[in-house]
Structure formats: C-alpha cells, structure tokens
Design a protein around this ligand. Structure first.
Ligand code: ZN
Length: 252
C-alpha cells in the first residue's frame, strides 16, 4: 500500500475532494491503497460501490449472485434494461469500469454465506453489509469479527433506513442487537431506489472516513432515518458482553 503514488490522472480526477480539510494527497493515497468488500451490489450496495469507485478506491470485491429481474431496476442503478435475465455482475463490472477503469473490481457471482464469508473478508480492509437477508448479514458479521475488520452496516425498509459501523474493540457487532434471524423478515420488501441510495451514500461516507481518518465514524451508535417524516436520530448500540459472536473479544 505504501508503495503507491498518485499520478497526474489521479490528481486531476480527485482534485476537488482532496480540498476537503484533512484529506489532501495522503488521504487520496489511502483510498487508492484500500480494498473494500461489499455484500450484495443491488439498490444499496451498488450505490456504495459506485461512490467508492468515483472516490478512487483501489479495489472492490463485490459479492452478488443471480440474474437481473425487471423489478430490480427501480433501485439497482448499475444495471440496464438490456441486462434483464442476465447475471447482475456483468453490468456491475462494466458500469464501474466505465466510471473508473483504474479501480480493480473482483466480482464474485455468489452471495455471502457461512461457506465463503471468511475467504471474502480476508481479501478486504473494510466490509460493507448491504444484503437483504439476515442469514447473509450474520454470516458476514461473524467473519468480520473473526478477522477483526470494521463492518459498515446499511439497511432500509420502505421509507426507513439505518447506517452504523462496527469497529473491533470500539463497538459491538450486528449479533449484539440481532442475535437470531428474525422470523418476521421476508425476502421481498417495499423499496424506493432513492431510499436505498440514501443509506448507500451514507455508508460510502463511513467507508471513506474509516480509510482516510476523516471525521468520526458511527461506532457504537446507529443513525436511524424515517424519510417519510425526515426524522433522523442516533441510537446507542452498546456491545453485549454475552454476545455469542463478539462477546469473546470484550475488552480486547
Ligand atoms: Zn456482538
């Protein structure tokens, strides 16, 4: 990572964001040297990937299985109408390459599970959880805790969205407040692209802050948003000492 340098193209592309106080060329180099895993690259994770590619992230590992459905297109903005019925990862790779050909994209055409989570997390510095199913979320969470890597957690439902960041030794984990898979959760749920995109952009900001050291991440607190009423509040998320996933790391 330290051997990287910015070139003239980087300086031209990222000139305006390097003006952010505290960012500069050092911050840009950190982005260029960073690897981020995103679990699912749909209406939420797809926008995280797009924002990170635009910001000059060095490497994205993207896990998302299946073929594009017509009903995905109201929110999955890396896709096209012509891609319906074809693997989602194809257009994800193309779209990101069109925006930033210098960003290395490793597209894995499968969703995160207990079988592949450790191997995927091992390839990244930071993990972003944008999956619709709690099975995937909890598998990724457990792998991130085992690897002691930060996980940015983004979620939405209907007109509500939430974002937090779990940082080893500074906060608990997803299993602290979702210890088991909720029985009421369904695979299909109401979603506007503008709502999932809101959560995505905030998640991308968290990733950028973690990598560059800018600002203060949401460790130990969750930003909960009711976009119907435009109410935003921060809720404390204490670590549970008896958490089956991160409890063993309490105090470490
Ligand atoms: Zn925990």
């Amino acid at each position: 990572m330290n051997l990287l340098e910015l070139n003239d193209t980087d300086r031209a592309l990222y000139e305006w964001q390097m003006w952010v106080p505290g960012m500069g060329e050092d911050g840009q180099l950190k982005l260029k040297g960073a690897s981020v895993l995103i679990s699912r690259v749909g209406g939420l994770g797809g926008l995280v990937a797009l924002e990170l590619a635009a910001a000059g992230i060095g490497r994205l590992i993207l896990a998302h299985g299946g073929e594009l459905q017509m009903s995905d297109l109201n929110r999955q903005l890396l896709q096209t109408r012509a891609q319906v019925g074809r693997p989602r990862v194809e257009s994800i790779i193309q779209k990101l390459a069109d925006l930033n050909p210098d960003c290395e994209v490793i597209a894995v055409p499968e969703n995160v599970s207990e079988l592949n989570a450790d191997a995927l997390v091992a390839q990244a510095d930071i993990v972003v959880d944008a999956a619709p199913l709690f099975q995937e979320r909890l598998a990724l969470n457990a792998a991130a805790v085992r690897a002691r890597k930060p996980m940015v957690e983004c979620a939405m439902h209907s007109l509500e969205a939430s974002v937090t960041t779990f940082i080893p030794s500074r906060s608990g984990c997803l299993a602290c407040y979702v210890p088991e898979i909720p029985t009421s959760w369904t695979r299909q749920f109401p979603v506007f692209g503008a709502v999932s995109g809101t959560a995505a952009c905030l998640g991308a900001v968290e990733v950028i802050k973690l990598i560059t050291g800018l600002g203060k991440p949401l460790a130990g607190e969750m930003l909960c948003m009711d976009l119907g009423k435009m109410l935003f509040r921060r809720v404390k998320l204490p670590q549970r000492p008896d958490c089956a996933v991160c409890g063993a790391f309490t105090g470490s």
